[in-house]
Ligand binder design. Structure first.
Ligand code: ATP
Ligand code: MG
Length: 567
């Protein structure tokens, strides 16, 4: 028996239109008040941030209304699907923090039931075996403004249809020879109702059913029925399926006269600026080696975002923030970046890392001396404690934090100026040592021993506080600076026939091989996240090795895209 355990959500935020429908259905006692959603990916690629929106919506609704959510692989096209994708999809959904009800489901588990349903349709004169080829079908289909024409095979006898369909299943015919079609209405204003195809012959092994089948059901014939077989109450899908809804309902009408029935509700898919979201295009980037793989940190895939340093919480907050709507539009990718900054600001330990180093010698600091200075792990959260940072006579500073001839408004280190070293001392630059080519080898400074902790006893002020790393304690690391993969807001849009790959940002990856990090990061493992003070949020990459740690920049501290573009 179906248990009625759903309840109307206690209102914190205004309901979105899907929640309003759901609450109305609960109030009306539809499906005995039960709420059961599903997330139905086709295992033909890796999940991306658009899927994350759908996952958060489907699983989120199930959580909010004490319902459940199925994971269902919509695996009806054996040619493009693969077990690699099935595994990655499960990993990604779990990583986002969701649990599907019971075991994962597969549309291919229903092949037998769907076949029987097709037989039932033939018996009731609502399906027929057609011999038209793709071209003829197109010709007979008509256009949205002109009615179609009936196929000459539409009025075969039921017995002949049954015989042919069963022989299609047995593999007696070559691909393309026959199709099974629904007999609905070739003059319907809705093109999807003009005798849609239900089955086609395809001699391809399926990743689950092997060579058992040589006919495969079409998406429309599979989806709603799978919803029905699983007891789904609300089938949430993207807007392009709105025009399929009459067909979805038509199949349900033929399948059942019970009061239980799933309800399809459409919402706008997520489009992000500076991003392509089509699986086909993402696959192209991978196959053409424009990126290092599906999990390249520049990819909008869940595994790419994970490797980049995104957290499940940031993605869920993002999904919550963008909400759902009925109208297609673009979300600024800066909003996604904001979500990860906001989350890491609370969670990430601050460390100092010099990405592009220059050597600094504190000439009045005793040789061989070292001391450990106290640093705050996260000023947003005292419970994250303190750590000790080693200081010594030779340090690294960021090259850009020194200017021999400072430009107007430059307050960082330059000859004669004094700055604060974070958590350490005031230092003043006295001399610049160069090689014969004029390149800076070392900067010689003196420190004020009375300014320990970064405060001068006489209360004098400095205009800059710089991060630094003690040279002899420094860990050498590789740092990969990632940026947006595309240069234009809508790389996918119609640009006078230009290919989306023409808009790839050639500066989307910059590899720094000589970064110097404080020793605190030494035991960090792949996936650990840090804020490098003044530089951004960084995460340990899976390529990391004890002898050569590798870090990915997740995001800069502030949105600097517009500034960079304008430079
Ligand atoms: P395909 O073109 O291969 O069908 P798809 O992006 O629709 O690509 P599916 O695997 O069918 O991929 O998608 C699974 C679910 O995720 C579907 O319910 C789909 O509506 C939803 N989904 C896919 N892309 C987005 C997106 N950009 N925003 C929101 N939901 C999406
Ligand atoms: Mg799809």
């Amino acid at each position: 028996m179906i248990e009625n355990n759903s309840e109307i959500k206690e209102n914190k935020k205004p309901l979105n239109f899907i929640e309003s429908f759901i609450e109305q259905d609960i109030r009306e006692g539809k499906n005995e008040g039960k709420i059961h959603t599903r997330f139905p990916p086709e295992p033909n690629g890796y999940l991306h941030i658009g899927h994350a929106k759908s996952i958060c919506l489907n699983f989120g609704i199930a959580e909010n209304y004490n319902g459940s959510c199925n994971l269902r692989f919509d695996d009806t096209n054996p040619v493009k699907e693969d077990i690699e994708y099935v595994d990655s999809i499960m990993e990604d959904v779990q990583w986002l923090g969701f649990k599907w009800a019971a075991e994962p489901h597969y549309a291919s588990d229903y092949f037998e039931q769907l076949f029987e349903f097709a037989i039932k349709l033939i018996h009731s004169g609502k399906a027929y075996v057609c011999e038209q080829n793709a071209e003829q079908i197109k010709e007979y289909k008509g256009t949205p403004t002109e009615p179609g024409k009936e196929s000459p095979w539409r009025n075969r006898s039921i017995d002949e249809n049954l015989d042919l369909f069963q022989r299609m299943r047995k593999g007696e015919f070559e691909e393309g020879k026959y199709l099974l079609r629904a007999k609905i209405d070739m003059t319907s204003p809705n093109m999807h109702m003009r005798d849609p195809i239900l089955y086609r012959i395809k001699y391809a092994d399926h990743h689950r059913t092997g060579s058992k089948w040589c006919i495969y059901p079409m998406y429309d014939f599979t989806h709603g029925q799978s919803d029905f077989f699983e007891g789904i109450t609300h089938s949430l899908c993207t807007l392009e399926f709105e025009v399929h809804r009459p067909l979805y309902n038509w199949f349900l009408d033929q399948l059942t006269n019970q009061s239980y029935r799933p309800r399809q509700i459409e919402f706008a898919r997520l489009n992000l600026t500076y991003t392509v979201m089509s699986k086909r295009k993402l696959l192209q980037l991978v196959q053409e080696k424009r990126v290092s793989g599906w999990d390249d940190p520049r990819m909008p895939t869940i595994c790419g975002l994970r490797r980049r340093g995104y957290t499940p919480e940031a993605i869920r907050n993002f999904a919550d923030r963008i909400g759902v709507s009925k109208h297609d539009g673009f979300i600024d990718v800066a909003l996604l970046e904001h979500s990860i900054r906001e989350d890491l600001n609370k969670k990430a330990i601050r460390v100092m890392g010099v990405l592009d180093p220059v050597k600094v010698i504190i000439t009045n600091y005793p040789e061989g001396k070292e001391e450990f200075l106290e640093a705050t792990n996260n000023p947003e959260d005292e419970s994250m404690g303190k750590r000790e940072v080693p200081f010594s006579r030779e340090l690294y500073l960021e090259q850009e934090d020194f200017m021999e001839i400072p430009s107007k408004g430059y307050f960082r280190l330059s000859p004669g100026t004094e700055v604060r070293l974070r958590y350490a001392y005031f230092i003043k630059c006295n001399e610049v040592i160069k090689n014969k080519d004029g390149n800076i080898l070392e900067i010689h400074c003196s420190y004020d021993p009375d300014s320990k902790g970064g405060k001068a006893p006489d209360g004098r002020k400095v205009k800059a506080t710089l991060h630094w790393v003690s040279a002899k304690h420094a860990i050498n690391a590789e740092v990969r600076l990632y940026d947006r993969l595309f240069n234009v807001e809508d790389p996918d849009g119609d640009k006078e026939g230009r290919d989306f790959k023409e808009f790839l940002n050639v500066e989307s990856l910059q590899v720094l091989t000589n970064a110097k990090l404080e020793p605190f990061i030494l035991n960090a493992k792949a996936g650990d996240k840090f804020q490098f003070e003044r530089k951004g949020y960084f995460c340990v990459d899976k390529d990391t090795m004890p002898v050569k740690p590798v870090f990915n920049r997740t995001v800069t501290l502030k949105d600097s895209w517009e500034k960079q573009k304008g430079k």
